[in-house]
Design a binder for this molecule. Structure first.
Ligand SMILES: *Cc1c(COP(=O)(O)O)cnc(C)c1O
Length: 356
């Protein structure tokens, strides 16, 4: 599969935003990658072209029945202006797991990765150099066939758009307050919670809004059946340091298998920290907070890498975590992950991919 490139003419290029005030997901680069699929023909040659609107039929099936999946990863600018990616093939393989669950066609991982790298090479001036900033990469697939009726579509669009984003913690690491909801659930075993499909996020918005109205940054989700076992925080995975052991909910089928989560587990094990994946009950966490054995809670995900939790609200009571300070393990993991991602630390696991 070749890659067709239609470059935007120099005078038509956008003015780049102020790197000190990027925010998240508000600016988009000059080019995007687009590839279409038709049953019987497969994927067509990908095209890199000017970022802009699609023309979609109002009956496009993604708009009605939600066959829509996406990924999220970042490109980082390191020393000597080298550009790095972090485990990008894992994101594309996970996209294929999402495609399988949603009855959508798989993408050819090697070719798409090569096309993504080509797009990044064209847009390399868009990878910010400000401390902690990066270029967010959003591969997406939607059902584009115009037809009503619930069944797998026969036509799809795959695209990659790029957005320069600021450091998640511009003022340095600061622990967030989390609201444990036992009113709403995110996903149920047998459902689609273990894949990155659009509807999961639509379903989560109301709980997040209610948590924010109460003064909390994010929601901690419990399992849908018993409302007893911890699943995730917002759109990130969760870890607990209890009595020197790192504990995280096992991938039960309703939890998104985060690439950052996997990286945390592997780093911690390499540092001789005991890591256990198992069901974690909210009552166990509250008891450990009360008896002092719970040392740290943090979340893991591409957006923030590591996000320390400073307090939990459960059933109307607020429990401080580690006196609302960032714990030593969260700090160490954050420094190590960012160090690998920006090319400042040794990459023992072979996670970093250099564009050059
Ligand atoms: C994307 C996502 C994560 C984190 O995955 P990473 O690969 O670490 O970025 C966790 N939970 C949910 C629900 C997600 O959508």
């Amino acid at each position: 599969m070749g890659i067709k490139v239609e470059r935007v003419a120099e005078p038509e290029l956008k003015v780049k935003p102020d790197e000190q005030a990027l925010g998240f997901g508000v600016h988009f680069t000059d080019h995007m990658l687009v590839m279409s699929y038709r049953e019987g023909e497969g994927w067509h040659e990908p095209v890199i072209k000017k970022y802009g609107d699609f023309s979609l039929d109002p009956a496009a099936m993604a708009l009605h029945y939600g066959q829509a999946i996406f990924e999220g990863l970042k490109a980082y600018r390191g020393k000597d202006d080298r550009i790095f990616l972090f485990r990008p093939a894992d994101n594309l393989h996970r996209m294929n797991d999402s495609a399988t669950r949603m009855c959508m066609p798989k993408i050819p991982v090697d070719e798409v990765l090569a096309a993504m790298e080509k797009l990044l090479d064209i847009e390399r001036d868009w990878v910010p150099g400000a401390a902690g900033a990066s270029l967010y990469i959003r591969p997406t697939m939607i059902a584009s066939e115009a037809a009503l009726g619930v069944r797998p579509a026969k036509e799809y669009l795959f695209f990659i758009i790029l957005s320069p984003v600021g450091a998640y913690y511009p003022g340095g690491f600061s622990p967030v307050k989390i609201y444990v909801t036992d009113n709403y659930v995110r996903a149920v075993k047998g459902g689609v919670g273990n894949v990155k499909t659009a509807g999961n996020y639509a379903a989560s918005i109301m709980a997040a809004l209610e948590a924010q109205e109460k003064g909390y940054t994010q929601v901690l989700w419990l399992d849908a059946i018993e409302r007893k076992y911890i699943e995730e925080i917002g759109t990130s995975n969760i870890f607990f340091m209890i009595n020197g052991e790192l504990v995280t909910p096992a991938l039960s089928g309703s939890i998104l298998p985060g690439i950052t989560r996997d990286s945390v587990i592997k780093l911690a094990r390499a540092w001789d920290i005991k890591v256990t994946e198992r069901p974690v009950a909210i009552d166990e966490v509250i008891a450990a907070l009360e008896d002092g054995s719970l040392q740290e809670i943090f979340a893991s995900g591409t957006a923030a890498a590591i996000s320390p939790v400073g307090a939990l609200n459960y059933k109307g009571k607020e429990y401080p975590v580690n006196s609302e300070r960032t714990g030593p393990l969260a700090q160490r993991l954050f420094d190590e992950l960012q160090g690998i991602q920006f090319g400042d630390r040794q990459d023992h696991f072979g996670w970093r991919v250099s564009l050059d």
